[in-house]
Structure formats: structure tokens, C-alpha cells
Write a protein that binds this ligand. Sequence first.
Ligand SMILES: C[S@@+](CC[C@H](N)C(=O)[O-])C[C@H]1O[C@@H](n2cnc3c(N)ncnc32)[C@H](O)[C@@H]1O
Length: 262
Amino acid sequence: MTAPNTANPTPPAPAWADAELANPHAHAEKAGKVRGMFTAIAGSYDINNRLHSLWQDVRWRNFAVRQAQVNTGETVLDVACGTGDLTQAFARTAAAKVTGLDFTPAMLDHARIKQQALRPEVSAKVTYIEGDAMALPLPDASVDVVSIAFGIRNVSDSMRALREFARVLRPGGRLVILEFERPRNPLVRWFNDFYCGQIMPRTATLISGDKSGAYKYLPKSVATYVSREQMLKNLSEVGLSGGTAWSLSLGICTCYRATKAR
Ligand SMILES: C[S@@+](CC[C@H](N)C(=O)[O-])C[C@H]1O[C@@H](n2cnc3c(N)ncnc32)[C@H](O)[C@@H]1O
């Protein structure tokens, strides 16, 4: 029997083969691959976000919170909460209860560590749970706001998730979504494609020490995701009305809001 070679362990295989990245959304094993990637990058996720967005990600989440128009005592569900930045931003509003849900335990571990640094009255509002955006463990009409930041693109079946969001919202409840988009202005689009396709995957991979290929997946998954027009149609198809989209930071990021009819 040969002794295992512990000195040179085989590095984990990348989550995606290059050919699969032509359209990662079509892959039958997308969920497992996505979970694997976020497990691999959880520890450096926040610093990479801040650096590579030049701290704009904080501004985008604050914008989404404002669009949610949280009233005193309301409940918020932050789906695909990751390390909890948007969950925390909601906990600083007049909301009474904020639940962050994600299917990657490693991301939730970081969210819970960050929760310990919150003021006690803010922290007391927050609960993190493991769960799937496509099968929310919540009753019908039980929350006032559902949010999802940079998560809907990562879910295997985004229509199924949107239906779940509509199901758990109370009449009058709001859904807010943040998602990346390729800018429409040709010059900005060229620069953004170059930055996201050539620079960011290298620098983010260096910072995270990632072997999963998460930062190669990111620009491909944005380029092949549904258009803004399609997303607005999808929102209305699941029964949410008043779908609105705002372009942020020259169209790099889009914030959507839609409402469940009273
Ligand atoms: C790009 S991160 C976004 C994290 C956070 N919302 C933020 O603003 O930084 C995407 C997150 O989506 C989660 N995710 C992907 N598919 C999911 C699903 N079906 N159910 C729950 N979480 C999911 C991943 O685990 C990951 O934490």
C-alpha cells in the first residue's frame, strides 16, 4: 500500500471547466458548483468586494435598503445573504426582525462572526439560517421585505426563487434585488468588460488564493444572465407589480424593486 502524499496534496479541481463557463446558468450542477465556490472564497469575500468595487458595493446595498422603504416593526428576509452585509444594513433600519438566509454554511459562519461586532440592539434583530432560495422555510405572506443582493444570478432556477419571494411576501410587501449588469454605454461597457474579464479575476484570485475559479465565473455569469427587460417581465410574471429598475455606478449594477399587490 502506498502512503498518501501529504507533502504535495492535489489542489482542488476548479469548479468550472472553461467550456462550461460559456453559459454557467445552463449547467445541471450549478448549485453544487456555486456552493463550492463560495465555500472557497468566504474568508476573503468582503475584502475582495470592497477593493474591486472601490467601496461602491456598500453604497449599492444602502440604495437597496432605501428602496425597500422599511416601516417600523416590519420583518425582512435577506436571501442569499452571504457574509451578511445587506442583512446588517437592514438591521440598522426600523425593522423589528431581519433574517439572513444562505445555502453556504461557510458564508453564514462569517456573517455570524460579523454579527458579534454589531451594537446589541441591532444584533438582537438578526437571525441567520441555512436554506435554499428556491424552497424558503417560511409560511405564505409572512414577511414585509424580501431582498437579494448579487444572489439571484447564482440561484439555479431564478424563476422558482422569484415565485418563492412572491409567496412569502405579505400584501404590500416589497422585493428588492441588486444585480450586476453589463453597462449599456459602449465605452463604459468596454472598460467594464476589460476590468471584469482581465484584471479582476487575476487580482481577486490572488487575494483569495482561490482555486475554484470563482472570479472567472463572475463575469461570465453576468454576461449570460437575463437582461433587465427580462427581469422586469419575470417580476410581473410571478405576480409582483410596479417593477422598477435603477442603474447604479454607470450601469454596472442594477437595483430592482417590485411590490406584492394589497
Ligand atoms: C455573491 S454572494 C452575495 C452575498 C451577499 N448577498 C452580498 O451582498 O454580498 C451570493 C450568495 O448566494 C448564495 N446562494 C446561491 N444560490 C443560493 C440558493 N439557491 N439558496 C441560498 N443561497 C444561495 C451563495 O451561497 C452566496 O453566499
